[in-house]
Design a protein around this ligand. Structure first.
Ligand code: 4AD
Ligand code: MG
Length: 483
């Protein structure tokens, strides 16, 4: 390669050390030219900070300079020198510049100005080149690493659970079908239904909505395991918190009851927030400032009382509140927005599911802390949750966060074969499709628990972004699968 081995901009800016020959490669963010000199700022994704290249016309030819615009890719060889300008300690005095790829300024969509997030979603192939998305991408990577570190340090084993499955773990019926049958002319049974016996797997299959059921099988031998995989839900929720394809972290632990489960969830969330503060401060400072600028355009009463970093530190400062569903309903029923009919869904009777407006009221207005709600009505929860003795509730727990609402959903699992089977029948789930799951309750069953953390919801919280489509590189949502 011409110019030889490159150094990452992050490394150069961190080590300082002027008067060294360096080679950097990256993409032009801005170029300012005058008669005597050109200033080019360049970024290579290794840090939020750009490096400034100073190109003197006597050294770099006008032909080369004329080909450099925002978005072009360059290889620059030069000397690292102290910068007389403000804004950076060091800069590169260019000895040679090779234009690797030009970017036509008439056509390149990203100009050196603020673009709206909506516009950038339509340019997802290029938005990695913005400060906001490169910061999010680095944080996303760090969080993935932090999650694996958390579980590895605790002796959990990572399990790859299947992506193609024949079960609907959550029972919500929001499945993406996986099939190789001809949609125009599928084989039919005598009753006129599609005959999936002739499909690839000989049965109806779908993309997984959760790796939990298979993680349970592993936990009932390996004790403590976790999956971290993609999950798919065909729910038609066009919200800022739902994706059709998202990533979920699902630990599953033998010998844990619901309290142990909540303890682990709280410990993990705090660990991840601290991991971000310890490893991503530069990017968080950038996003904090970005959020403060955005807040300025909002009305006073809509502004968040805390900055991003403050909000993250606040999570570490105290214990999460733990209440039962029944207590939550009492608080909500007596709340101002319920009495003044401000909630879109009014809380009237015990048994209704909580909406994100209720969850956020509890966290942001009432308790002003993350809240864990436990012991939900069994009618609104999945078949596998451990039934309480009251006959009405199950040992489910949801962790609610400010701005997000539900960030984790989990439960103690029903380990009693008869109770589990009865619930499966009550809920009209075909028993024979879960024979393997049921069998673990016949052979050496034990109390066990687990939960699922929506990775992108965690990313929303850590980055302070307002729309889940901006914390995953290529969002999948209703009517949206470009790129
Ligand atoms: O509450 P959920 O549906 O729980 C489960 O899937 C369990 N099997 C988890 C377990 O116990 N192992 O989903 C878990 C979390 C939610 O709390 C939320 O953070 C996230 O997954 N989530 C979504 N995130 C983005 N888009 C969606 N459509 C989501 N649906 C759930
Ligand atoms: Mg849930």
């Amino acid at each position: 390669m011409l110019h030889g081995k490159r150094k990452k901009i992050q490394e150069i800016l961190q080590s300082g050390g002027v008067d060294k020959e360096v080679v950097v490669k990256g993409w032009v963010r801005t170029i300012r030219q005058s008669k005597n000199v050109a200033f080019i700022t360049m970024n290579d994704g290794s840090t939020i900070r750009n490096i400034q290249i100073v190109a003197e016309p006597g050294v770099i030819s006008q032909d080369v300079l004329a080909r450099i615009h925002t978005g072009a890719s360059l290889s620059v060889k030069g000397k690292l020198v102290e910068s007389p300008g403000t804004g950076q300690k060091v800069e590169i005095s260019a000895a040679d510049i090779i234009v690797l790829g030009e970017a036509d300024p008439e056509k390149y969509p990203l100009q050196p100005k603020k673009h709206s997030l909506e516009f950038l979603r339509e340019k997802a192939h290029l938005r990695f080149r913005t400060n906001t998305f490169s910061a999010i991408t680095r944080i996303r990577h760090a969080m993935i690493f932090g999650i694996h570190k958390f579980f590895n340090d605790k002796g959990f084993y990572n399990i790859h659970t299947p992506i193609i499955t024949a079960s609907d773990a959550e029972g919500a019926g929001e499945l993406f079908r996986v099939s190789i049958l001809d949609p125009k002319n599928p084989p039919l049974t005598e009753d006129g239904d599609v005959d999936y016996k002739n499909d690839f797997f000989g049965k109806q299959t779908n993309l997984t909505v959760s790796g939990q059921l298979e993680a349970e099988l592993a936990a009932l031998a390996m004790s403590e395991v976790y999956t971290f995989g993609p999950t798919f839900r065909a729910e038609n929720s066009n919200t800022t918190r739902h994706l059709a394809e998202f990533w979920m972290i699902e630990p599953e632990m033998a010998f844990y009851d619901i309290n142990d489960d909540m303890d682990l969830a709280e410990e993990m969330l705090k660990y991840l927030v601290k991991y971000a503060l310890d490893h991503c401060m530069e990017d968080l400072e950038f996003l904090d400032k970005r959020l403060k600028d955005e807040e300025k355009s909002k009305k006073q009463e809509e502004r968040s009382p805390m900055g991003l970093i403050e909000k993250l530190e606040f999570i570490l400062a105290g214990d999460f509140v733990r209440i039962t569903y029944t207590e939550a309903i009492q608080v909500l029923r007596n709340s101002r927005p319920n009495k003044k009919k401000k909630f879109q869904f009014l809380i009237e009777e015990w048994g209704t599911d909580l909406q994100s407006e209720h969850e956020r009221y509890l966290v942001e207005k009432h308790y002003k802390k993350p809240v864990i709600i436990v012991d939900y009505p069994k009618q609104i929860k999945a078949f596998y949750m451990k039934q309480n003795d009251d006959g009405k509730t199950v040992r489910a727990m949801d962790v609610l966060f400010p701005q997000i609402g539900e960030i984790i959903g989990g439960s103690q699992r029903e380990e009693d074969f008869d109770k589990l089977r009865q619930r499966i029948l009550e809920m009209d789930i075909p028993e024979d499709s879960l024979w393997w799951y049921l069998e673990t309750r016949i052979f050496g069953t034990v109390p066990h628990s687990g939960f699922g953390l929506g990775f992108e919801r965690m990313m929303l919280f850590i980055t302070g972004m307002g729309n889940i489509r901006d914390v995953i590189p290529f969002p999948r949502a209703p009517q949206s699968a470009e790129f």
